[in-house]
Ligand binder design. Structure first.
Ligand code: AHG
Ligand code: MN
Ligand code: MN
Length: 338
């Protein structure tokens, strides 16, 4: 109790790590704090009130939107717009980037990219879901509407990123480029409290996470790596444990805490894989590197990929550095083979 620190207090305290901080980023982060609490409240009612199931629309990627996808999107959008620190957002649930038209919003210097509800197909069966966010400084001049180029920056330019996991407890994990910190929500006081300061990826892990149902379609190097994970080797603590939830946030969170690798490769029919560069892979890759792990598309550092479009997909390999290095060894032996 003596050392209890809320997310709000921590954000203000850490603001002084940046000598010329104006408080705008702190205010932005506190709007995410607020929206996360609202989404937490709604998710915890799922099953009791009529908010599970499909909303009846498809998003631009042809995926059926769940009611909670829409609710989470509306909640984060409203919270971010209200604080006047954000000039626009890009979201999995919006076809195009949204430039906020308020005068104060147009003077704001940040854009936010967001996956409002990650793993949404898990909601109806009471399995953990998440929110993923990424923050950049705009490139277009202040005082005007946000432009597309503001959203199409490489991940190296992120000012901050993070996620919320609505799990057995709700947690918010974020980084502003000075380590990764995790906060657990205490519903009785309505605050996220610091529970995981300076999170670090174990260099080597013993968990691999992949949708193995697609095995037959994977690149040969990935198939070989999966077989390597399953081989018996006492000294190397293999076979590794297989764990796959189907919510990137949840799979990533577990691997960050315990050590492990998450893979979402390309297949012959989907050469870019499934996960979206801008609001799934980049924010997770930023946190990963901040925590001492690695994130690649099999060849390149995720953070260095120059984005071409908002909903662009990339193969995604993320986790403990030694495991990513071993995976790359297999990929290099079988370039382009399936
Ligand atoms: P979203 O619910 O935001 O569309 O994301 C779902 C993603 C991600 O969370 C997860 O890792 C992946 O889809 C699971 O895909 P498969 O069902 O193909 O394994
Ligand atoms: Mn997602
Ligand atoms: Mn989503």
């Amino acid at each position: 109790m003596s050392n209890l620190r809320t997310l709000g207090e921590f954000i203000i305290e850490k603001q002084y790590d940046f000598p010329h901080a104006s408080g705008e980023l702190s205010s932005l982060l506190s709007s995410i704090n607020l929206a996360a609490k609202i989404v937490h409240r709604e998710i915890n009612k799922a099953g009791l009130v009529d908010i599970t199931g499909a909303a009846g629309e498809e998003n631009i990627q042809g995926e059926a939107q769940q009611k909670l996808d829409v609710l989470a999107n509306d909640t984060f959008k409203a919270a971010l717009q209200n604080r006047d620190q954000v000039c626009g957002i890009a979201s999995e649930e919006e076809d195009e980037a949204v430039a906020f038209d308020g005068e104060l919003n147009q003077r704001a210097k940040y854009v936010v990219l967001i996956d409002p509800l990650d793993g949404s197909s898990n909601i109806d069966v009471n399995v953990s879901v998440g929110t993923i966010f990424s923050i950049y400084r705009r490139l277009s001049p202040m005082g005007q509407p946000a432009e597309n180029r503001d959203f199409l920056q490489p991940g190296t330019e992120q000012v901050a990123s993070g996620y919320v996991i609505y799990g057995s407890s709700t947690m918010l994990v974020y980084s502003t480029g000075k380590g990764v910190h995790g906060f657990t929500y205490d519903p009785s006081i309505g605050s996220f409290c610091l529970s995981h300061e300076d999170m670090r990826f174990p260099k080597q892990g013993y968990i691999y996470s992949i949708n193995e149902g697609n095995y037959i379609k994977f690149p040969k190097g990935v198939k070989k790596y999966i077989k390597y994970c399953q081989e018996e080797d006492e000294a190397g603590k293999r076979p590794y444990t297989s764990r796959y939830i189907g919510s990137l946030v949840s799979d990533f969170h577990r691997n960050l805490l315990l050590g492990g690798i998450f893979l979402y490769p390309s297949t012959r029919s989907y050469p870019s894989g499934k996960l979206r560069l801008l609001y799934e892979c980049n924010p997770i890759a930023f946190l990963t590197e901040q925590a001492g792990g690695s994130a690649t598309d099999g060849e390149r550092r995720i953070l260095e990929i120059k984005p071409e479009e908002l909903h662009q997909r990339v193969p995604f390999f993320v986790g403990s550095t030694d495991m990513i290095d071993t995976l790359h060894g297999f990929l290099e032996q079988h370039p382009g083979e399936y």
